[in-house]
Every structure is written in C-alpha cells, then in structure tokens.
Ligand binder design. Structure first.
Ligand SMILES: Nc1ncnc2c1ncn2[C@@H]1O[C@H](COP(=O)(O)OP(=O)(O)OP(=O)(O)O)[C@@H](O)[C@H]1O
Length: 249
C-alpha cells in the first residue's frame, strides 16, 4: 500500500462548541485522488476546513506526512503543503490575474507553470479579477493555490455553477495536476459522476460521518447508496446544485 500523505483518525470537529464531523477516519495516499461526495450540509466543506485548521477540532488527530498538524494554524499547514481552493474562490477582485498570482507566490512556485495549466489565464494576465468569467475566476483560484506548491490540493466544489465545457476543462486540469504522482487531490463535489470518474477512491458522507469508503469505480455502481444519501439527480453530470446559479463560463 502506498505511503499516506494525509491521515485523519477519529476526527470530530465543528464551529464553536457545535459538532459537525463525528468520528471521521480517512487516509489519503501520496499521489492519491480522493472524491468526497454527499448531500448539501453533509459536512464536506467542514472536512476540508478541519484539515486546513479553519474549523474547531474537538477530538482525534490529523497528520500530514506522518507529522501531527492538529495544533498548527492554517498558514503553517499551508506552508507544510496543504492547499485549499475554497468554494468562495477568494481572489482579489481589485488585482490583475498576475498580481493575484504574485500575491500568493511562495517558495519556488512558478507562475509560468500555472499559465501552462490554464493558458486562458495567461491571455487574461492583465485583466482585473472582476473582469473574469466564473470559469476564469475558478482557474485563478486554483492557480493561486498552486503558487504555494501544495502537496495536497483540497478542492471545494470547483465545478459549481460552471458550464459543462468549463467543467470538462477543469477536470482535465485536475488530471494533469495529479498525473506525476507528486501531488494528491481531495475533490469535494456535488457533481458525483465527474468526481467518481476522476478519483481512485471515494468517500460518501452523510450527517458528518463517512457512510462508505472504497474504490471510486465501485461507489459509482452503488446506485442504492447514492440514491439514499445524495438523490438520483446528483448522480448525473447535469446541473444540480448549480441550477441555483447562472451557468457561465
Ligand atoms: N461557519 C459555520 N458555523 C456554524 N455552522 C456551520 C458553519 N459552516 C457550516 N456549518 C454547518 O455545518 C453543517 C455542514 O456544512 P458543510 O458546509 O460542511 O456541508 P457541505 O456538505 O459542504 O454542504 P454544502 O454543499 O451545502 O456546502 C451544516 O449544518 C452547516 O449549517
């Protein structure tokens, strides 16, 4: 079995005194691609926030490359190799694409590599954040995270509200990011079909717990589990949660 890069042991966490995650144990292998799927409110974002140190850990342990990180602040976790692409994207709207990337640049990360992954950002490098389409903003949010040279990339619903052609472009970029085996990816998605096609392993969450953990291809066949915990519409790669938003590239 490949070496673990990220491990959660019996983690309970939430916001303030409230518990959202309950006894979660998870292991991500070096170079692994893990999909996390589940209904709205299942605790997927809280899982990523907990790994990143943005939620309150009530119990259990988190290790990055074997090192306990439970007590470290988010910026230290980032410097050690965890990179979160938040659902809110969090780009600086008043800065240009290139300024956004420079502001995030840390260590030996190269802007040119981000442009190779997303040539469209290079074309827009002098454009301000507000002049970008939703898809371009998402590319910039991902590229900004790459500027911190993450070993583990945590993607929080990156496809939400985007047109199918842009979703496909992003999924291809995630494949490219993971292909040399040096980076690991956790993809939280409502687009279950796309996430399961991408990942090697998948966990299904409900009510702050893992209700299934196994090969992604196996979970893709378990329509009983997906129907029960997500709903039929979520299994198709059609607009789901994104229907609440205008779909724009
Ligand atoms: N900042 C917060 N403070 C208090 N409770 C929160 C906070 N953020 C989320 N919650 C609660 O935690 C629970 C899990 O939410 P979370 O966002 O982790 O779910 P999710 O699976 O990512 O769903 P979604 O797809 O809607 O983002 C929900 O009941 C939510 O109301």
């Amino acid at each position: 079995m490949a070496e673990p890069v990220l491990e959660l042991d019996n983690v309970s966490a939430g916001y303030g005194p409230g518990h959202v995650l309950r006894g979660m144990s998870l292991r991500l292998e070096k170079g692994g691609k893990l999909a996390v799927i589940g209904r709205n409110g299942a605790g997927k974002t809280t899982l990523l926030n907990t790994v990143m140190g943005l939620a309150r850990l009530h119990g259990g342990h988190i290790r990055l490359e074997g090192r306990p990180i439970d007590r470290l602040p988010p910026w230290r976790r980032n410097h050690l190799g965890l990179g979160l692409v938040p659902q809110t994207r969090d780009i600086f709207p008043s800065l240009t694409v290139e300024e956004n990337l420079r502001a995030a640049q840390h260590g030996d990360a190269r802007i040119e590599e981000a442009y190779m992954l997303f040539p469209r950002l290079k074309e827009r490098r002098k454009n301000g954040g507000t002049q970008l389409s939703g898809g371009e903003q998402q590319m910039l949010a991902i590229a900004r995270t790459l500027m911190t040279s993450p070993k583990v990339i945590l993607l929080d619903e990156p496809l939400e509200g985007l047109a199918p052609v842009i979703r496909e472009m992003l999924m291809q970029a995630f494949e490219d990011l993971a292909k040399d085996g040096t980076r690991s990816v956790i993809l939280v998605e409502q687009h279950a079909a796309a996430a399961l096609a991408f990942a090697g392993r998948a966990v299904l969450m409900a009510n702050g717990r893992i209700v299934h953990d196994g090969p992604a291809a196996e979970l893709a066949q378990r329509s009983d589990l997906i129907d029960r915990h997500i709903g039929v519409a979520m299994t198709a790669d059609a607009p789901e949660k994104g229907t609440r938003h205008a779909s724009h590239a």
